[in-house]
Design a protein around this ligand. Sequence first.
Ligand code: NDP
Length: 412
Amino acid sequence: MEKAKNNGRILIIGAGGVATVAAHKCAQAPETFKEIMVASRTLSKCEAIKRDIGLRYGRDIQTGQVDADNTPELVNLINTFRPDLILNLALPYQDLHIMDACLETGVDYIDTANYEPLDEAHFEYSWQWAYQEKFKQRGIMAVLGSGFDPGVTNVFTAYAQKHLFDEIHYLDVLDCNAGSHGHAFATNFNPEINIREVTQVVRHWQEGKWIETPAIIEEGSIHFTFDYPVAGPKESYLLYHEELESLALNTRGLKRARFWMTFSENYLTHLKVLNNVGMTRIDEVDYEGCKVVPIKFLKALLPEPTSLGTGYTGKTVIGNIMTGIKEGKSTTKYIYNVCDHEEAFRETGTQAIAYTTGVPAMIGAMMMLKGAWQGEGVYNLEQLDPDLFMEALNQYGLPWHIVDHEPLPATV
Ligand code: NDP
């Protein structure tokens, strides 16, 4: 079947913090996003986004209620709205069901987080890369991981590979949240997904192999103090992150790839206790005859990430330090963005973590709808041309800087 003509129609699935930002940013670019629908499990959240967008930009968007795990229900919604592109901002559990619906209806797909099965705290691209042939045969495109990390960090690498290096040998992604939300403990995006991610055994890539080290809450976790631009010195922990998997494959000459994230003592202490008492378990526990999944119960107790924006102060600083060769000379470059929680809140009613994810989600969607990114099959961001995406980051609220830097040490 032929792909539908591009009418600038986007279906956003999910109505959490990231979807809120993406919907706002789509509404700010009416020449590309001519019609917008936000559909999610809880209709009232979609309605709240619609109201806010109406008030701020005078634009009317559509809303829908859908369980994205129910592929026939989603197919019905797609056939009614007839989008040119689906932007999946629900949870990683929904990725494959939504990709199935795209295959059935012939609609392009983009997301911000790779698939993860409900019953196993493990994420990797294999499940979505397995759709390569099916998407090619159907003549449609899937773009995986268009948030900040993964997302912008992949585009920074592609840009560096295209313009700044002949070969990148060492890549370090550094993710700093120097903000303060005023709660004793909260996560900045979906608590269940966030806690599953940060309690895992850590891996980094070196000389073609994955090296395992203790989780951030275990004895022997690897960390060092990095002096971030604007934010200053912060303790940064080695963490496994999904972009390492695709960047290790797609970066010319790469010898080592690591990911670092800042955590406060307070956050780590809470997480250790929750983990030690079993509150981060993802299996069912019998409680007085009811089946309870502790991490889901914990999610119900923690603040909704969308509620954190009020009073959130400080900044995020996320970027890549890359060392490699240009014209025979060794060189190190640092590409990074600084985002302010209060400014993000003023513009979209959410904090900077949702903002730094929702803006690149919109930009990735824009690249696809404008035809700057075209293809058939499944792509990670570093496989696509970075230039227009980098321009759009400057235009839509995530300006970046490139500076010379010292290489990061091999061991810390
Ligand atoms: P939230 O939990 O705030 O929002 C998730 C939304 O998805 C909710 O509206 C939820 O509905 C909806 N949803 C869940 N299940 C279904 C379903 N079966 N059908 C339809 N809708 C569903 O999450 P965030 O906004 O914080 O995060 C969204 C995504 O962004 C996540 O996948 C996260 O991993 C990713 N992310 C990526 C980052 C990056 O840099 N690449 C950084 C941060 C997040 P309901 O309200 O009913 O629960």
